[in-house]
Design a protein around this ligand. Structure first.
Ligand SMILES: [Zn+2]
Ligand SMILES: [Zn+2]
Length: 317
């Protein structure tokens, strides 16, 4: 087996060719590199707390800013010239530090150009983001940098860094965060900050005490979903009746019916989001409760991998 020197490993993503093999199969990012760094003991990244619980102990400003990091290493760049290709984007930003250029479905499409005129810059170091921002011009609170393509000279493109502190916002610190009054919100537009999500949900349902934007643990960049905790049951129930909102399903709750007596004290696998239930159930209690008239059609929710609750077809045994 050939061992690859660490320095070279750091270079591989930069040298990767158009449409060629990538460092990370999922996003073409720095996952492999970062993992090696972690293994080599250079740096251990701590994942942002699952958000429930963590904001109560830390202020919104300090949340997510371990190691003094302030920005995600992933930066959105929009309004690119239509004929700028990956190599040209890379060289336009290379002066700020080593980076990889990525865009949604880049590997599958095998396109040389970002199809929608935007891309993500995945910098190796967070300090590159600060350097990039410093070089930008500001207009109406937006950041721009001039980029050239073969046919267009010095086109201002928008640079949108993600501030780590924008991932959490505590609206009412006097209220304890109750996971059972927390909802999962899907389809959150990427640049939306936690404070904005909190305000929107508070306007719609009232009683918001916390909002968090879900970020990926590696680059700490928004994933397009969030969580909102309410201070009262009425707001929570009003929220989960909306189509884009789901109850936040926990995997460490005891059955609310039997408190573990009928299931060997295992954590309850099912949550019923119907307002007449709103409870966690073990398999036994789910079957018992939902054999009652009017409850046969309730759908059990289970916790799915990335915090996303999922309806499962329940099988009667
Ligand atoms: Zn039970
Ligand atoms: Zn039910």
């Amino acid at each position: 087996m050939i061992s690859i020197p660490y320095q070279l490993v750091m270079q591989i993503p930069i040298l990767s060719r158009r449409g060629g093999s990538k460092c990370c199969q999922r996003c073409g990012g720095w996952h492999t590199v970062r993992t090696r760094r972690t293994v080599s003991g250079c740096r251990v990244e701590t994942q942002r707390c699952s958000a429930l619980g963590s904001p109560a102990r830390s202020s919104p400003v300090s949340a997510g800013s371990e190691h003094g990091e302030r920005f995600s290493r992933k930066v959105f760049v929009g309004g690119l010239p239509p004929d700028i290709d990956e190599d040209e984007i890379t060289s336009s930003f290379r002066r700020f530090g080593p980076l990889v250029v990525d865009w949604p479905h880049k590997a599958e499409s095998k396109s040389y150009f970002p199809p929608k005129g935007y891309a993500f810059l995945l910098f190796q170091d967070e300090s590159s983001v600060a350097a990039l921002m410093e070089a930008c011009i500001t207009d109406d609170d937006k950041l721009y940098l001039c980029v050239s393509s073969p046919t267009i000279r010095d086109k201002p493109v928008q640079i949108r860094p993600w501030r780590l502190a924008d991932a959490d916002f505590v609206l009412d610190a006097s209220m304890p965060l109750d996971p059972r009054k927390t909802v999962f919100v899907g389809g959150v537009p990427r640049p939306l900050k936690a404070v904005e999500l909190a305000m929107i949900m508070d306007r719609l349902y009232g009683g918001v005490c916390y909002a968090g934007i879900d970020t990926d643990p590696e680059l700490k960049y928004p994933k397009g979903a969030g969580r909102v905790a309410f201070s009262n049951q009425q707001s929570y129930i009003a929220a989960i009746s909306a189509r884009f909102v789901k109850p936040y399903v926990l995997d460490d709750q005891m059955c609310d019916e039997c408190a573990g007596a009928r299931c060997g004290s295992k954590f309850a696998p099912f949550f019923c989001a119907n307002v007449t239930c709103l409870q966690y159930y073990c398999e036994h209690c789910w079957a018992t409760i939902h054999s009652r008239p009017g409850r046969e059609f309730h759908k059990p929710l289970v916790k799915e991998g990335a915090d996303r609750p999922r309806a499962v077809p329940f099988r009667w045994c």
